[in-house]
Design a protein around this ligand. Structure first.
Ligand code: URA
Length: 499
């Protein structure tokens, strides 16, 4: 019997060198005992030096096997080294072995690889970093309990994703640390050493509660996608029992409330360019319900027209209604809308005082299972809807229009503009309302969490540029004046134009 001693539980190189050497000597799998340094109480023993020096291989190992072995090696099962060597041994005489799914060894290895892949996926999804004070500012620390020994394998993923932050991932068996330049690995720590929460978690919980859709809840799927063992490390898990228990009632009220004013039989198809230029806002809203100017009406629940004070000084234009807007029949009521409301409030513009609409009035999506995923409108769809927007704005006559994102900017200016270059200043246009172009709030929801604070601050400061429009009939704002107080909604309604 030969004993092979590996350096660590995840020593793939050591296993590979040993396996190569054993094959060279034609040592049968049942003649090998695999162990890890220190794993059976002998803390100071050394890896087997004889097998560290690889001998040239005499048969080509299929790449597929190496990929499988790299996954299986981090599985927690103590049998993995022996199983992999047995497979390798058999591959010499059975080159197609890996395609025999019913083979007991193959099935076992494939199941182990699958379990590791799932664990990797869960770790990517459920690691939650907490901000902690550190010597130069702050760092982010996460506690996680993976099922298998995947920390070394997954750390490069977090390094790429959060390259600009200092972070540590702590687990009971090992830890990974990124200081912005170097990735290091260390021993495991106890849960007690991990931070338990930070100030941002309330914000995260509020966001989670706002995007939780009770109508889509499937408790069994939720349990399998988000197994309960991960819950204690997730800030949002505190909310889940309440959200689940309220789901039925909330769904019932959603059904009762929505959709509103939808396709009624007998509506005559309308086109935006057939509307008289004198049509009032209410007439436009009613005609838009039966718009057939592009195909998007067919899959949407209803037309989502703009809303807000008809004498608003500021109008905001988004891209198109999302899933929740489509059901509710109102613009910006879903997650992007809630973020917009908060940003407007912080910029001193209450939502109730601005007119809010979209460049495209129907929800465009693709079905993924039961989910309706947002799809960007085509130029032709933006163009088909443009007249609604133009007539709508002609009725409101705002002093300033805020375009959120590229679709809105395209509809308003007729040009494809880079948002980064166009944002941050007011554009004065002859005979037309002034224009501010900035990012769409859903962009802020998509970017990596470590950039969100900074980008939200930029978004708010773009919106703040519009505050002087509230005081257009009073003193011009100067940089020396204290920032304007949060205006009352009535301040934002345009005073009647002087003749
Ligand atoms: N995104 C938009 O552009 N508009 C909405 O109404 C909602 C989300």
């Amino acid at each position: 019997m030969q004993t092979i001693t590996l350096r660590s539980e995840t020593d793939f190189e050591g296993w590979r060198n040993a396996a190569r050497s054993l094959l060279q000597q034609q040592v049968a799998p049942d003649q090998v005992h695999w162990r890890v340094t220190g794993s059976d109480g002998s803390l100071f023993d050394e890896p087997d030096r004889a097998v560290e020096r690889p001998t040239p291989a005499t048969f080509r190992v299929p790449r597929e096997f190496l990929q499988l072995a790299q996954r299986v090696i981090v599985h927690r099962s103590p049998e993995r080294f022996a199983l992999l060597y047995r497979l390798l041994w058999r591959l010499q005489g059975e080159p197609r072995l890996l395609s025999v799914a019913v083979d007991e060894d193959v099935a076992r290895a494939v199941a182990m690889a699958k379990s590791v892949r799932r664990d990797v996926h869960k770790m990517k999804a459920f690691v939650r970093f907490r901000e902690v004070p550190a010597d130069r500012g702050s760092a982010f620390v996460a506690w996680f309990e993976p099922e298998h020994r995947i920390v070394d394998a997954i750390a490069p993923f977090f390094m790429r994703r959060f390259a600009g932050q200092r972070w540590s991932i702590l687990t009971p068996e090992s830890s990974a640390h990124w200081d912005g330049e170097q990735l290091r690995f260390g021993p495991g720590v106890s849960r007690r050493d991990a931070p338990q929460g930070d100030a941002k978690e309330d914000l995260w919980r509020r966001y989670y509660a706002s995007i939780f859709n009770p109508a889509r809840l499937k408790v069994s799927t939720m349990r399998s996608q988000m197994p309960q063992k991960y819950w204690r490390n997730l800030p949002e898990s505190q909310l889940i029992p309440r959200l689940v228990s309220e789901a039925e009632q909330r769904t019932a009220s959603m059904i009762a409330a929505a959709p509103t004013g939808v396709r009624r039989a007998g509506l005559r198809p309308s086109q935006p360019n057939q509307q008289p230029s004198t049509a009032s806002l209410e007439e436009l809203r009613i005609s838009a319900r039966s718009c057939r100017a592009c195909p998007l009406w067919a899959n949407a629940t209803q037309t989502v027209f703009g809303e807000g004070p008809s004498a608003a000084r500021i109008a905001i234009v988004g891209e198109q209604p999302g899933d929740q807007e489509d059901l509710a029949g109102r613009p910006f009521v879903g997650p992007a809308g809630q973020l917009l409301d908060r940003a407007l409030k912080q910029a001193g513009l209450p939502r109730s005082a601005v007119y809010v609409t979209n460049a495209v009035k129907h929800f465009k999506y693709e079905l993924r299972g039961k989910r309706r995923l947002h799809k960007k409108p085509l130029d032709a769809e933006i163009a088909a809807c443009h007249d609604w927007l133009e007539r709508e704005l002609a009725q409101i006559q705002p002093d300033l229009v805020i375009a959120l994102g590229a679709t809105a900017a395209r509809s308003i200016t007729g040009k494809t503009l880079g948002i980064e270059r166009s944002r941050g200043h007011i554009i004065h246009r002859d005979g037309q309302p002034d224009l501010l172009i900035t990012v769409h709030p859903s962009y802020l929801l998509r970017i990596p969490i470590e950039r969100q604070d900074q980008e939200l601050a930029r978004f708010i400061s773009d919106l703040e540029l519009t505050r002087s429009y509230l005081h257009a009939d009073s003193e011009p704002a100067t940089p020396d004046l204290p920032p304007p107080q949060t205006p009352r909604p009535e301040d934002l309604a345009r005073s009647p134009r002087r003749p």
